[in-house]
Design a protein around this ligand. Structure first.
Ligand code: 7RM
Length: 631
């Protein structure tokens, strides 16, 4: 690859060039990839509709770039290392040759089962190599993958499958996560009751749990593989054909299917992986995310493979069998680059240094952080105890919608500062705006973070509802992409992301809309109305605080609480369970009936003194009542 920035001077030069001549800048990067046919037009855009087209006229297949392209020189290099949940089980590795073969073979399984270009395929799997293979096999044949995180409930899966009208599902009997064994197929069976669009389910055997196989619909992965050969030419895709859909939460109750396209996403994740992590040949890259989230898509699968890197994929969780697991993995596989989330760092920090002691972390050269703001204490702990003051930390800010990293240090090249994502990558034009949408110029300022020029990895639409995409991201401020994040720019022009300014929570790096949780709680027969807010949580970053009005104040609060938690688990997934549920007699509402969340947030935070102006409330009395019952 020929697009790695290696000095601060090169960064400044590249940044300047990318602003003055964005099309030439991106074309130069795009030339590093394998195109079946080069593009006619680098960029065509407006943020009004929005209509964003990168590399129009170009054709490619991303798996040829991830796999075939490397075979001649890197064929015997390890592409994927898999570390199982149980540290005593065998690891699995795949060279580029082997991964290519497996992807092609499974791509033929998809075809043999009726999948074709443009079909949507839902993937609901544990973190095993077959998940990466399934994703790449979809891309190989031009089917659009929609990966659903293994922690989502039957209801959530069902909603996502229906929204995308998936014709096929790829799943497994179950999953091992820490000490738990999770049933996946029974959850999928429940989800599929309301999904008539699905006519084939391919099931991988992982846990050997007893499951039902529906005749004519369900087939075993292993049986199908035996019938398929491993010769599968890549489907030629237009640059703007859809590559995948990934559902993410917003401020409404219904998650949006963020759409990424083949050419731009490929160029953007390839470019950002190489630069941010300064990947060197033979380094081992370990991203601890789940492939069910965008971080796993971009930086376990596509980014590393596009660069011929070795990517380590971990099936389990950081605290199993104990809080030293990540450090054991680093030592065992001689990991060079570790990319994890602040919530994991904070939780391992709390477990104490005994779990780090004696672990050989000398292989580490660079560290990364993603998913939520990293507090200074966690940043320093990570830098000192894991990086041994010898590894730059890339605090990478980005979103499902951005496809890849937008604001981040370039490890070892551009400066770092605790809790700062620092500077935009070349090609990215962030601006801060005030409530009215006026640009806030100068330094030492804060405002809402927007991006004023397109980049190849940005979302193109939300599946099946383009208007929703416009309203959500492009209508708040004219001609700007609005991120939903608040941000400050310090005296040196460095960016610090301060958190969401909309009704989206970030709990342990998982994005959840307050409205989603409210809708779930409202399904309880006794519940009349709910307001959910976030509050600072030592480990999770944010905790979930629910204020709930019942028909009559519950006689047995504990019982109703348990029932509510069960409903949230059933409607969304266990990760969305509120940490606190307070039963109240009323909610602070304006005369027009709008819940004043600002007040509830302050109460949840424990800031009971400065609630601001409450005179506009319909019934200011409820505030005292809620304060009194605070948990
Ligand atoms: C990659 C990912 C996106 C939201 C985003 C922010 C928050 C992510 C950082 C961060 C501060 C960071 N995609 N966020 N990274 N906040 N510093 N380095 O997380 O779609 O799931 O979430 O996460 O609020 O808008 S996501």
């Amino acid at each position: 690859m020929n697009y790695q920035i290696q000095s601060i001077g090169e960064y400044e030069e590249a940044y300047k060039f990318s602003i003055e001549n964005p099309e030439a800048f991106w074309a130069e990067i795009a030339y590093n990839f394998k195109w079946e046919k080069k593009w006619d037009n680098v960029l065509d855009w407006n943020f009004k509709e929005p209509n964003i087209k990168w590399f129009e006229g170009g054709t490619l297949n991303i798996t040829e770039n991830c796999l075939d392209r490397h075979l001649e020189i890197l064929g015997n290099k390890t592409a994927l290392i898999w570390e199982p949940n149980n540290p005593d089980d065998e690891i699995r590795t795949f060279t580029y040759n082997q991964l290519h073969k497996e992807v092609c073979r499974f791509a033929n399984v998809l075809k043999n089962n009726g999948a074709k270009k443009g079909d949507r395929i839902c993937i609901y799997m544990p973190m095993v190599p077959e998940l990466a293979i399934a994703v790449l096999a979809c891309a190989r044949i031009g089917a659009i993958h929609s990966v659903v995180f293994g922690g989502f409930s039957a209801q959530s899966i069902s909603d996502r499958i229906q929204d995308a009208q998936c014709s096929m599902v790829i799943t497994a009997d179950g999953a091992f996560r820490g000490a738990k064994e999770i049933a996946l197929k029974p959850i999928m069976d429940e989800a599929l009751v309301n999904c008539p669009s699905v006519n084939k389910v391919i099931v991988l055997e992982r846990t050997k749990a007893k499951i039902n196989m529906l005749k004519g619909r369900d087939v075993w992965w292993q049986d199908e593989l035996a019938k398929a050969n491993s010769d599968c030419p890549a489907e030629i895709m237009d640059a703007e054909d859809m590559l995948f859909i990934l559902y993410t939460s917003g401020s409404t109750g219904k998650p949006k299917g963020v759409v990424h396209t083949c050419g731009g996403y490929m160029v953007y994740v390839g470019y950002t992986f190489a630069n941010v992590f300064q990947y060197q040949p033979n380094e081992i890259f370990f991203c601890t995310a789940d492939i069910g989230w965008v971080t796993g898509h971009s930086y376990i699968i596509y980014g590393p493979l596009l660069n011929g890197a070795t990517s380590l994929m971990f099936e389990g969780v950081p605290n199993f069998p104990d809080a030293g697991r990540l450090w054991d993995i680093v030592a065992k596989h001689q990991v060079n680059i570790l990319y994890t989330a602040p919530t994991a760092i904070r939780s391992l920090m709390q477990s104490g240094l005994d779990f780090v002691k004696g672990k050989n972390l000398n292989s580490l050269t660079k560290l990364g952080s993603v998913g939520e703001p990293i507090n200074e204490e966690a940043w320093h702990w990570y830098s000192e105890n894991i990086g041994k003051n010898n590894c730059p930390i890339a605090d990478t800010w980005w979103q499902t919608e951005t496809g890849g990293i937008l604001i981040s240090p370039i490890a070892g090249v551009t400066p770092t500062k605790p809790s700062y994502a620092m500077l935009p990558l070349p090609g990215i034009q962030p601006i801060l705006v005030n409530e009215k949408g006026d640009e806030i110029l100068g330094n030492n300022v804060s405002g809402n973070l927007c991006i004023k020029f397109p980049w190849p990895g940005m979302l193109r639409t939300t599946y099946g509802d383009h208007e929703r995409c416009r309203l959500n991201y492009f209508a708040t401020y004219e001609n700007l992409y609005f991120t939903g994040d608040g941000c400050l720019r310090d005296a040196d022009g460095h960016y610090r992301i301060t958190g969401r300014v909309d009704d989206v929570l970030n709990v342990s790096g998982h994005r959840i809309g307050t409205a989603e949780v409210e809708n779930a709680i409202d399904k309880h027969p006794d519940v009349i109305e709910t307001a959910v807010v976030g509050y600072p949580h030592d480990i999770k970053g944010q905790g979930i605080y629910a204020f709930v009005i019942c028909q009559k104040f519950p006689d047995d609060e504990a019982k109703t609480r348990t029932e509510i938690l069960e409903i949230v688990t059933k409607e969304i997934g266990a990760f969305a369970k509120p940490d606190k549920i307070q039963f109240v007699n009323g909610l602070p509402k304006t005369r027009s009936g709008k819940i004043m969340r600002r007040i509830l947030r302050k109460i949840a935070e424990g800031e009971l003194e400065n609630l601001g102006d409450i005179t506009t409330l319909l019934d200011p009395g409820v505030v005292e009542d809620i304060k009194g019952g605070r948990l």
